[in-house]
Design a protein around this ligand. Structure first.
Ligand code: TXA
Ligand code: MG
Length: 315
């Protein structure tokens, strides 16, 4: 490993075995999930988990999501209630993180939970992630594999550009199909939406047969990691722009004359999948003023608008 480079592993048996061995040895391995690339470490190993925070420059009060192979695996770390089990059965593997009470005997590093009595857990829906979890055989703590506050990665090249040299390896599984992070639901008490994400709120509410609770105070971060400024490209971002002004680059949605378009067809699934790659591309273009078309605020549009609002927040 040099200062700028980390090992790029292929998503085949040899690559996954190497990646699992690095995790077992306390290393940091980035891997693709259906949402974004994660930066994985053995969730039971304090030193390995501490390295995640160091590599990302992440505030240590921000807890990490633990990835497991299946619901049975999740039940060894968390206490499930009927609601949580129903959501897990309906949406796992998939882009849904459940926050649940941590079992006393879970053996997960305190750094993962930031000392909270709860754990965020999910089963990713990606063959490379599941292959790695199966080979490693333990819980993998993994935030998104970007420097803290920057744009999340949806390709191995994004990971290498942001964290190359600070991590042991990246498994290259191509572009992430969903493109925005998992939806987070707090299942301690009335189920509440903590972060909009890859599973639309409407789908969760249809499964539950009732609305999800909203966090009480909109000024309060809903999950500890929901810092105002996040997902930030280098340029200044202006939202809900019908057209670009002088000197601005337009990130479009729908049939507009844009420099880059999230989805010319106005398709929210396509827009979510392209969102972070477009923001990375705007950085690469050196765009210093970015205007963004209005995005409908339903389905995956809620996750897209959440990320764009943070990208546009003062920093
Ligand atoms: O799709 C995803 O969720 C990706 C992939 C890699 O799985 N991961 C991801 O992790 O987005 P990260 O660290 O970028 O975001 C995790 C979020 C943070 O906002 C954190 O505060 C919240 O989950 N979180 C984790 N554990 C929590 C807990 N016990 N209670 C409340 N929020 C929690
Ligand atoms: Mg993140």
């Amino acid at each position: 490993m040099t200062d700028e480079q980390s090992l790029i592993l292929p998503p085949d048996v040899a690559g996954l075995e190497k990646a699992a061995a690095l995790l077992a040895g306390g290393g940091l391995v980035s891997f693709p999930t259906e949402t974004v690339y994660g930066l994985g470490a053995d969730a039971r190993n304090d030193t390995a988990v501490a390295k995640i925070f160091a590599a990302k420059g992440r505030p240590s009060f921000n807890p990490l999501i633990v990835h497991v192979a299946d619901l049975a695996g999740a039940e060894t770390f968390c206490v499930f209630n009927d609601t949580a089990r129903a959501l897990a059965q309906a949406f796992w593997p998939g882009a849904l993180t459940l926050v649940l009470p941590l079992r006393a005997d879970a053996g997960v590093s305190q750094l993962v939970t930031a000392g909270l009595g709860t754990l965020g857990v999910r089963v990713p829906d990606h063959p490379v992630a599941l292959g790695l979890l199966a080979r490693f055989g333990g819980p993998v703590a993994a935030p998104s594999a970007n420097p803290s506050g920057r744009i999340s990665p949806t390709t191995a090249a994004h990971v290498a550009a942001g964290l190359g040299g600070r991590i042991d390896a990246v498994v290259d599984g191509g572009a992430c199909p969903v493109g925005v992070e998992s939806t987070i639901v707090n299942c301690v008490g009335e189920p509440a939406l903590l972060r909009a994400g890859g599973i639309p709120r409407e789908a969760l509410e249809a499964c539950l047969g009732r609305p999800l609770a909203r966090p009480a105070d909109p000024a309060m971060p809903t999950a500890p990691g929901q810092l105002e400024s996040h997902y930030a490209p280098r340029g200044k971002v202006r939202l809900n722009a019908p057209y670009a002004e002088e000197g601005e680059v337009l990130l479009g949605f729908g049939p507009v004359d844009a420099d880059l378009n999230l989805s010319a067809a106005g398709d929210l699934t396509e827009a979510a999948a392209r969102l972070f790659a477009c923001l990375h591309q705007l950085d690469a273009m050196g765009a210093d003023k970015i205007a963004v078309s209005p995005i409908p605020d339903h389905g995956l549009g809620q996750a897209i608008n959440d990320r764009l609002k943070r990208a546009a927040a003062p920093r």
